[in-house]
Every structure is written in C-alpha cells, then in structure tokens.
Ligand binder design. Sequence first.
Ligand code: IMP
Ligand code: MG
Length: 176
Amino acid sequence: MELKGLKPLFSQKAIQEITKRLAEELIREYRDKNPVFVGVLKGSFIFFADLIRELKLPLEIDFIRVASYGRDTVSSGKVSILKDVELPIKGRHVLIVEDIVDTGITLKVIYNHLKEKKPASIKICALIDKRERKKIEIDLDFVGFVVEKGFIVGYGLDYDERYRYLPEIYTLEEAP
Ligand code: IMP
Ligand code: MG
C-alpha cells in the first residue's frame, strides 16, 4: 500500500514468515504446558491473534493494558497498569506477547507485576525489538524483527491511535 508519510518496512509476507518461525519456537517451548499467553493491549492485538492461530496447542489467553505514550512518542518512564490479567496465573507458564520493545520500561513493569503472582515461568515474545533507546536490559526470549531506530506503525502499532489497521509495517518518514 502507498501511504503518504509512511515508508514500507515489513510486508505481509515477511510478517507471516516471522510469525510462523516464532510459532515453531513457541510450540517447542510450550507443548504439554497449557500456557497462558498474555497480550499487551492495544498494540499487540493483531500479532497476538495471528500468532495463536499458528500454534496448534492448548493454551489460554488473557490481556493486560498499561498506560501508553498518548501523543508522545518517547516513553515517560512512568507506567501504570490500567487493566490487569483476569485468569489466576499462579503456578502457570506465562508468555507476555508484546508488539514492540523500545526503552524496555513498559515490559519491565509488566514482567515484575506478573511475577508477583507467582507463575511457574514467565517469558517474553516481542514482534519487534527496537535497539536504539534501550534503557533497561531485559531478556526477550522470542523476538521477531530487530530494528535499530525509527517510529514504526501498522499491524496493530499506532502513532496517536492512527495506522493500527494497516496490514503491513511502516516507518514514519518524519520521526515525531
Ligand atoms: P518502552 O516502554 O519504551 O519499551 O515502550 C514500549 C511501548 O511503547 C510499546 O508497547 C508500544 O506501545 C510503544 N512504542 C514504542 N515504540 C514504538 C513505535 O516505534 N511505534 C509504535 N509504538 C511504539
Ligand atoms: Mg504496546
């Protein structure tokens, strides 16, 4: 798709291939574990839906939502939980499914929050790892794409709530 101000980054085909590869890794890890996959709203919703449909294994799903950037594109460093998981995850194998990791602050907060509920294990799957502004070293167990920098939209990811519906991934030409 040609869109003003957006530069194509990853095609639908590339996304599909990456999702399949991640699914294979996850099947190896979670076969026989009946895990709980926790999607981080809103950004991960499309990736999450595509990913779980590639995983032919028993699992349960839940969602968590944290305060987002709003109009700002730089993480404020303050993150609060707006919506918690609803399933009891004590003793369960938990996978956090995130769209993109930038500074790492959001994921760290979610990770620590879920850890307090005493799951049997807790791992992270991120579609995109953005390297440039990493402030917190956090282990990403399953990673799709790695990008150096830029502001990325489409396939669930937004800039000020725009572009989530795009089936491909783009970079904003003028970084906000
Ligand atoms: P972090 O706390 O800096 O790692 O920011 C992570 C959150 O910020 C993600 O869950 C996204 O919602 C949002 N975010 C970070 N970078 C981008 C981007 O390039 N495009 C869209 N959203 C982003
Ligand atoms: Mg997000």
